[in-house]
Design a protein around this ligand. Structure first.
Ligand code: ARG
Length: 463
């Protein structure tokens, strides 16, 4: 295919170099943004008297027909084309002749690609935000169903204090709420239009960049044309946000994998989200969660690729920047897939409350509460802490847990102990008395659920 820029060359591009240079196999996914941008550009050109009204109409009709043909499958991307921008422009000229050749007046592929990618990411971020809300909702519902499921909370993966399963998993809902906010913030910064920056220096034509920005749904324009074409900060920022989402999902995945193990048996994933083994008939593997955990590495890789592509890059546009797309596209696809598999995996997950409860009772997770019992009877916390440490040591040596140690034995340790201690250290009391704001007590957990419900109502309008 003859290149549009072939005029100053005496030889065609080497075949392998041509393939190497081409980006159509990945940037074709921005066809809609490219066409939408071009339609508004044609409108602006005629409004400003740069091309005629009839030329603009021909261009717009031609571009609309191309869009329709791509979407119906009638027009296929030519894999020999250099990229999506050239493909659409040359298809337009093929169809409408000379008017098509006027479309590229007062713009460059440099501002065109910067525009397309911002518009593309804006739409994808919308979808990602919806997927985030769906997952937050699935977690919130699972938490609501399991408000009474007592389990051990862990620090250092050692049993620490009793909590509810609801309280535990709501943590992930709050992480994802922050992710939602981060994406909204990044989109807010990204949503200004670079079109009209042209190659780098602006243009001598009397263009109206504000008209284009407004008609393409932007909140404003980039104020420096060099920055307009060379900025990819929004890619870095979004990749960092996507990496954070993946980091959160990987932590949740890890816990689900652990909880599904025969040793824990705290949850059982639905058959539709697990796989078997080709050799071990008993196996039920948490492949989805493992894949999400694994794909986290991939998204981190995309972030590092982007940062490294931009490192030390001189102003303004450099072809290196073509490499931004595969990284950001891969991250977008991966995050979307992971979020959409995660929500139903959580909704269908069975919580094995009895197992959790039993496991919680086998440790010494009420030791803090036993110390607090003494504190409430007047003992300084450090002294109480030391006493309880000795009692725990005694229990471990002699095969007791705090709930089964006879009261007589307790009294040998300290006269402050009385029969009411057993109620004070029951798992139910330990949980229900944790009434501090944000704590694991039922009213605090309900407040968290209410907060999330309200958030979802405002963002989603589903309640
Ligand atoms: N395919 C290019 C990219 O993705 C489009 C911009 C090309 N500009 C240029 N001057 N070669 O970055």
């Amino acid at each position: 295919m003859d290149k549009m820029w072939a005029g100053r060359f005496s030889k065609a591009l080497d075949k392998e170099a041509d393939d190497f240079n081409s980006s159509i196999h990945f940037d074709s996914r921005m066809y809609k943004q490219d066409i939408t941008g071009s339609i508004v550009h044609a409108k602006m050109l005629s409004r400003q008297g740069i091309i005629s009204g009839s030329e603009s109409e021909e261009i717009i009709d031609g571009l609309s027909a191309i869009l329709e043909d791509i979407e119906s499958g009638k027009l296929r991307f030519d894999m020999d084309a250099e990229e999506i921008h050239m493909f659409i422009e040359s298809e337009l000229t093929k169809r409408i002749g000379d008017a098509g050749k006027k479309l590229h007046t007062a713009r460059s592929r440099n501002d065109q690609v910067a525009l397309d990618i911002r518009m593309y990411l804006r739409a994808e971020c919308d979808e990602i935000c919806t997927l985030l809300l769906n997952l937050i909702e699935a977690i919130k519902d699972k938490a609501y169903e399991n408000k009474d499921a007592i389990m051990s909370g862990y620090t250092h993966l050692q049993r620490a204090q009793p909590i509810t399963f609801a309280h535990h998993i709501l943590t992930y809902a709050f992480m994802l709420l922050r992710d939602f906010g981060r994406i909204k913030d990044a989109v807010g910064r990204m949503n200004i239009s670079p079109i009209g920056s042209c190659a780098l220096a602006g243009t001598t034509y009397n263009t109206d960049r504000y008209f284009e920005a407004e008609n393409l749904g932007f909140d404003g324009i980039t104020l420096n044309s060099i920055d307009g074409v060379s900025d990819r900060d929004f890619c870095v920022e979004l990749l960092a946000d996507f990496s954070t989402i993946m980091m959160h999902l990987s932590r949740f995945s890890e816990e689900i994998i652990l909880w599904s193990s025969w040793e824990f048996k705290f949850v059982e994933l639905d058959d539709s989200y697990t796989t078997g083994s080709s050799i071990m008939p008993q196996k039920k593997n948490s492949d989805m969660a493992e894949l999400v955990r694994g794909k986290t590495g991939r998204v981190y890789g995309d972030l590092f690729a982007m940062l490294t592509i931009l490192k030390g890059l001189p102003l303004a546009y450099n072809k290196d920047m073509q490499e931004d797309k595969e990284a950001i596209f891969d991250a977008v696809d991966t995050v979307k897939k992971c979020l959409s598999i995660f929500a139903p995996m959580i909704s269908t997950m069975r919580v094995l409350k009895e197992n959790m409860y039993k496991a919680a009772g086998e440790g010494f997770i009420n030791a803090t509460d036993l110390a607090d019992y003494l504190v409430k009877k007047g003992m300084p916390f450090r002294t109480a802490y030391k006493h309880v440490g000795e009692i725990v040591g005694y229990c471990i040596k002699n095969g007791y847990v705090l709930d089964s140690l006879p009261i007589e034995k307790y009294k040998e340790f300290d006269a402050l102990f009385d029969n009411d201690l057993f109620n004070e250290i029951s798992l139910e009391t330990c949980v229900s008395k944790r009434i501090s704001a944000g704590g694991t007590g039922p009213s605090s957990v309900q407040k968290q659920i209410d907060y999330i419900t309200e958030f979802l109502t405002n963002e989603k309008g589903i309640y």
